[in-house]
Design a protein around this ligand. Structure first.
Ligand code: HSE
Length: 431
């Protein structure tokens, strides 16, 4: 029998406990090991979580779990990087295997945790840290182990995908839809982490670390959120055959890794463009397998609990076959792949200029773009308001980020340009 202790009885803690209790027999049939939920620790032991627990397993003291010699696996579901870090390191020091859903922890102090775990010969499972119920960590580490990973494109935040989907279908403003998402419980009262792309950046750092065998931190990820996206840009994108998604993108380019999170225009006929609402999806391209796509729920008690329990089952299986053997599967290994600076990233771009409707404006703008080596693929101007500002939309061929930033700065200074230029990176086939 393997004993498990959970730290944190919130949404994911509840889902994990429910699965361990309900599917105990099934898990035993599948793994050959009886996995027993011995403890759940939380400061709040009175709130009704809607599940029936065996008597005596709830405790207010984390030390009941961390110091219990009978517990082999500690599941950290507290979140954050302070108490959670302390408890995870303490569990490892005490020789316990750890399972966590904490992307912020791994994306900020992952190396410290993996090193400590390797030294102690224990496992750290973190399937639930990225894309909730989608087993993307196992996909990268096991299913696609034969492949050199060429690129990953992920919708890895359900809150922002819900907001962008609603803005697209209802032609609604960002702030209106954010409020609706908060009322539905999809977005937190303080939604900053989700809408500013921080949550996606944490998850992308983890995916890139596994894909490229290097430890990247959230600080290595270029990041933009979605709060500035307007219905006007969504509608221009649609007209041009694109859908706007908040993507986490990592690719190997000339032996360097790009890591970026930003709103991206994707061809609407791509499968990933059709992933709507709170769902997540991760596209992975390997050199042997080619294109693959994984889809599912990225949050919630049972979907995330499903990923947590998969790590518990893995460790339980390992322990049943080599009970004394150290667990030698560090999270990240291999030579570090250097980062490609954001300035050197090449992408296609959508620009929306607020140009005064007068002869010669387009030639001024295109002159600046040309000077910075940015080649225009198409132009739309729909409105006609002589002497007033109108949206002028330009799609470009692939250009270098540094050149684009310089060109935008110069264009924004033109007298015939009335407001700040909006730019959105475009993925897909070269125009
Ligand atoms: N806040 C995340 C999301 C879920 O909206 O997808 C937890 O990772």
């Amino acid at each position: 029998m393997i004993n498990v202790g959970i730290l944190g009885f919130g949404t994911v803690g509840t889902g994990t406990a429910a699965i361990l209790l309900k599917n105990r027999k099934l898990l035993k049939e599948r793994t050959g090991v009886d996995i027993c939920l011995k403890w759940i620790a939380d400061l709040d032991v009175t709130r009704d979580r809607g599940i029936k627990l065996p008597p005596g397993i709830l405790t207010k003291r984390a030390s009941d779990v961390l110091e219990d010699a009978g517990v082999q696996i500690v599941v950290e579901l507290i979140g954050g990087t302070t108490v959670a870090r302390e408890f995870v390191l303490r569990a490892i020091r005490n020789g316990k295997h750890v399972v966590t859903a904490n992307k912020a922890l791994l994306a900020t102090c992952g190396m410290e945790i993996f090193r400590a775990a390797e030294k102690a010969g224990v496992a750290v499972g973190f399937e639930a840290a990225v894309a909730g119920g989608i087993p993307i960590i196992k996909v990268l580490r096991e299913g696609l182990v034969a492949n050199r990973i060429k690129s990953i494109y992920g919708i890895i935040n359900g809150t922002t995908n819900f907001i962008l989907t609603k803005m697209t279908s209802g032609k609604a403003e960002f702030s209106t839809v954010l409020k609706e998402a908060q009322e539905l419980g999809y977005a937190e009262a303080d939604p900053t982490y989700d809408i500013e792309g921080v949550d996606s950046a944490h998850k992308l750092a983890i995916l890139a670390s596994i894909a490229f065998g290097s430890q990247y931190s959230v600080r290595n990820v270029y990041r933009e959120g979605i709060s500035w996206i307007s219905p006007m840009d969504i509608s221009f994108a649609q007209e041009l055959g694109y859908t706007i998604k908040l993507l986490g993108i990592t690719k190997e380019t000339d032996g360097k890794a790009e890591l970026r999170v930003h709103p991206t225009m994707l061809p609407s006929d791509y499968l990933i463009s059709k992933v709507d609402g709170v769902f997540n999806a991760v596209y992975v391209e390997g050199d042997a397998v080619g294109s693959t796509l994984y889809y599912g729920r990225g949050a919630g008690d049972l979907p995330t609990g499903s990923a947590v329990v998969s790590d518990i089952a893995d460790i339980a299986r390992h322990l049943s076959t080599c009970p004394r053997g150290g667990y030698k599967r560090p999270g990240i290994s291999g030579a570090a792949m250097p980062l490609l600076r954001m300035d050197d990233v090449r992408s296609m771009y959508y620009f929306r200029f607020s140009a005064i409707d007068k002869p010669g404006v387009l030639s001024q703008i295109s002159g600046i773009l040309g000077k910075h080596d940015i080649s225009i693929a198409s132009v739309i101007q729909k409105e006609r308001l002589a002497g007033k500002a109108v949206p002028l939309v330009v799609l470009t061929h692939r250009a270098r980020e540094r050149d684009v930033m310089l060109a935008v700065k110069e264009i924004n200074r033109l007298r015939m340009v009335a407001g700040k230029t909006v730019y959105i990176r475009v993925e897909g086939k070269e125009l």
